[in-house]
Ligand binder design. Sequence first.
Ligand SMILES: Nc1ncnc2c1ncn2[C@@H]1O[C@H](COP(=O)(O)OP(=O)(O)OP(=O)(O)O)[C@@H](O)[C@H]1O
Ligand SMILES: [Mg+2]
Length: 434
Amino acid sequence: MISIRKNLLFLISAVFIIGTIIASVVIFKSAHEESTEVFDGNMMQIAHVLSKTNSGIVTSYNGYLNDEEEVLIQIWGNDGNLEYSTHPNILFNKQSNTGYGEVKFKNKLWRYYTLNDEGRTIQIAQPYMLRNELILEMGLKFIIPVLLQLPIMLILVWLSIAKGMKPIIDISEEIKARDTLDLSPLNRSEVPIEIIPMIDELNDLFKRLGHSIQVQKNFTADATHELKTPLTAIKLYCDMLTRTTDNQKQKELLIKLQSSIQRASHLIHQMLTLSRQETEKFTDYKNEIDLASLTHRSIASHQVLIDSKNIQLTFLNHEKDTLIKGNDGYLEIMIDNLITNAVNYTPQKGEIHIAVSKKDTKTILTIEDNGPGIPESERENVFKRFYRILGSDVIGSGLGLSIVKDIVSSHDAVIAIKDGQNGIGTKFEIIFPT
Ligand SMILES: Nc1ncnc2c1ncn2[C@@H]1O[C@H](COP(=O)(O)OP(=O)(O)OP(=O)(O)O)[C@@H](O)[C@H]1O
Ligand SMILES: [Mg+2]
């Protein structure tokens, strides 16, 4: 799992470490350049001072060069003989050139300065090793504080990141400590602006979640209420049945009982369809479905009902290609509900006209009847759950059209209720995208 805190610390530490390395190299380089200049300047100065004095005034050490401040001073006379040496046992040669130079002597690299003064040669020399010791010492004196500040800086960075991350941690603690049903918005006033979009998204999610929980609650309450009616009737008829001995009365009660059971089972069937459709609402339907043959199949399954009411049904389809993208199971439920409504609400000997047509690239299904129609003021309401227009003796739960609406919107289609032909009856029109 990615940790912002660890990632930040890693990146900032890397930047600090690289920075410290670069600073150390620069310090060493400049210490080296500066001290070379100082050493060389000293050598030249000594040579020039000595050229103004007589030989023999400088005490000879007769030892080795040990200290970085120590130099080998040699003076040759006009005759070319070595007149003086601070360290006679070091047989460093007189160099042929004058000025600065470098030469290897006894496996060490030496730096020298040779001055020719009216035939006399004054030569100052020193192994680089001695100089480097001083350069190293000087460099370390600068670098050690730089290195020492590194862990202190990293600790400060760690603490700063922890402080910077605190609002995020606080928010997650707040969410963790919440009651499951607490969907009140998170306070956005005390959070850094960078995480405000996240808080807004969360609050928006809480809002939608709250709404959907409320919808579910309403649905459960309505469903319970709706189920109560047929169940109370079933209980009542059962009680009456146990008490009556009259055959004719028993028959009547049994018919009523049957009707209540049918009502309850229809309601449960519609509720199950609705909740199944609800959970699969966001599925991406990619199957190619032939809308005309699906409609044909649905009409066929209603034929007995249509015939029993002597309804005249026509199905019009002149289109060759009526393919749409979708889920055939749900589309069939949708068409079934619309045809059932048309058949149920149309009186005996009524007419139903069903058509599949195309307009531009869109496929249109229309189901039209010459029944009582749906007043304009009710056209929005009939899509609501459990909503029924009073005054019809058709058994129903008021869920059919909300199931239809859900299926329509999950197919990116649109549904409209219009007047039937000559302003009589109802026309449902569903337009599918390509
Ligand atoms: N073709 C139609 N003609 C006249 N009224 C209709 C038609 N279709 C639906 N309605 C009205 O709209 C209401 C809601 O219809 P819907 O299909 O949602 O529920 P239902 O038919 O009452 O019950 P269910 O379909 O769940 O068995 C119906 O009660 C009815 O009053
Ligand atoms: Mg219905």
